[in-house]
Design a protein around this ligand. Sequence first.
Ligand code: DP6
Length: 333
Amino acid sequence: MSKTTVDAPANIAFIKYWGAKDLDRALPLNTSISMTLESCCTRCTAELLDSGHADEVWISEPDGGFRRPPHEFEDRVRAHLDRMRRWAGRQETFRIATRNSFPSAAGLASSASGFAALTLATAGALGKDDVPTDELARLARESGSGSASRSVLGGFVEWPAIDAERSHGVELAEADHWDLRDVIAVVEIGPKAVSSLEGHRRAHTSPYLPKRLEILPERIDRVRRAIAERDLALLGPAIEEEAVDLHIIAMSSHPPIFYWSPGTVGVLRAVRELRQEGVHAYATIDAGANVHVICEAEAEDDVASRLESLPVVGFVIRDSVGPGPERTSPHLF
Ligand code: DP6
């Protein structure tokens, strides 16, 4: 039966999706902007099965073996398989396997790369090869992991907070527009204590959310302009303000969510010290403790060696802006 394998990258948000108008359909309160990564990605193989089989979902281990995913993740995958079948008007079931290129213990397992890869691999297995990217990005958003919508595209991507039909990732600039690097300081391993889904739900309980939404349009403009002009001195402060704001909302939600660990604060201090020494690097943090340090190519070695020297840092992953998902082989099974 028809089998398709896709590699889809993770992305790092410069302007974060945090809070939804309609969480079931992942319709965001605010526009977000991200950079698609190159090396941190999920490979997904989707195979169509004869009707009569149930859907099968597997996680592939580095040694080539397979295991069943955690329940919550498996339920979300199954719901997305139903969505893809409804969209295609088809009945067949799927055998799915996924594998992350980055260490799964790194706590970076954002579902963005996973659900982008799942959307594209299942669309391919269904023979939907000529579907416009906009439609695939919308389907990826509907998986519930909204940021997956941005991972369907490469380079620099905006996901506008507009009507359901047009609210999906769109390209702002291609990967070769600006060779940015993301040096990731892993300070905590294991999954985060509170999911992004729960974070979106609680965002509405923060008294600071209206203020965030009020100041975001100006910051979004700055980030757009910084990308267009390849201006790191403009981008950097905007992404640091944004990362702190997301965590202010999380920490002031009811009940509060504290994603930072002592290591997070240690890395933020090291990034400020690097800047005082003339190294242009800026930090951003998603819903977790690990810190993404954004810089240009000439600063990458200095940033990586400083972060590696910090006792609070377990290990460092070096990544860069990438061109987006691609069909690939070999299949995972
Ligand atoms: C903090 O609902 O897309 O990463 O399921 O973790 O992929 P995942 O989350 P999703 O929310 C993303 C939250 C964020 C910010 C962002 O990527 O925009």
